[in-house]
Design a protein around this ligand. Sequence first.
Ligand code: APR
Length: 320
Amino acid sequence: MINTLSRPKIVSIGAGNIGATFAQYCAEMSLGDILLLDIVEGLPQGKALDLAQASSIRGYSVRIMGSNDFSDMKDADIVVVSAGFPRKPGMSRLDLLEKNGKIISEICENIKSYAPNSIVIIITNPLDIMVQLAYHILGFPPKRVMGMAGILDSARMSLFVASELEIDPTQVNAMVLGSHGDLMVPLPDYTCVNGIPITQLLSKEKIEKIIERTRKGGAEIVSLLKTGSAYYAPSASAVRMVKAILQDEKSVLPCAVYANGEYQITGYFVGLPCVLGRVGVEKIIELPLTQEKLKELHYSVEEVKQGIKQLRELGFPIPQ
Ligand code: APR
């Protein structure tokens, strides 16, 4: 019998493209035992069994299970939610609002009942709005509720910088703040190649092009795939957060977190650099921003506020 007592329990709600890829990366990194949960009968069980059957070949000994029973998430350390509809070509993340709002509400009621001490990471779009909804339904402290987006947007920017400079993407450290949408705020001043700001390596025009492509990074993939949205990089980004939390890394990563006065934003979730450790969001790092970038950040929060207002008007329980 395998001893699972010392391993963290990671729950992935949604066993679709993101949920399953997330589980695969977690297994490959032996981050903990993994439970895939989904409403489609057989889907999480089938994918879990398939992944488990790769254990002896890929060299992981974590336990991977699948279920349709939400009570199985009992004692979860971390719950990652990617359940919901992905975008189709021509759809904005906001188009998903009502449909995914209902799914997130139902799931968060279950997390509240069965995994009340867990840390919750939301991936479902429209991201910043879904995290805010999750936060109000869960009633957890803000440090235990967060959204995955900034790492993904920054990773996309890193790749585009690396491609332009014809260098290794792992040498590029990009920083993208704000909402996960067209109004995200890529920060070239805080984007470096091994410590060298890209403003010293690339022309203004080239940086502008990279920023534009980063803003549309998700849509570019949607238009190529036609039947769904990105999942390898989104899953990898969520795994990065899970590793930082479970291994108490205190890594500085951009995540959708609850701002309480930081950057002059209060009461909203938006992408900001934060320190992730075993308790969740340990602190938000306040970078000095130019007036222009601060304005862009506030503008992106306005979009989040609009979405939250729409949810409220649709009857979702989000207080004023
Ligand atoms: N509870 C559990 N699982 C659910 C529920 C629910 N209430 N509703 C839907 N699901 C499951 C579906 O059965 C499906 O298996 O969510 C899964 C979604 O998987 P995909 O359709 O493959 O979508 P994916 O690409 O994984 O994206 C999911 O993440 O990035 C966002 O925009 C994306 O909102 C989308 C989400």
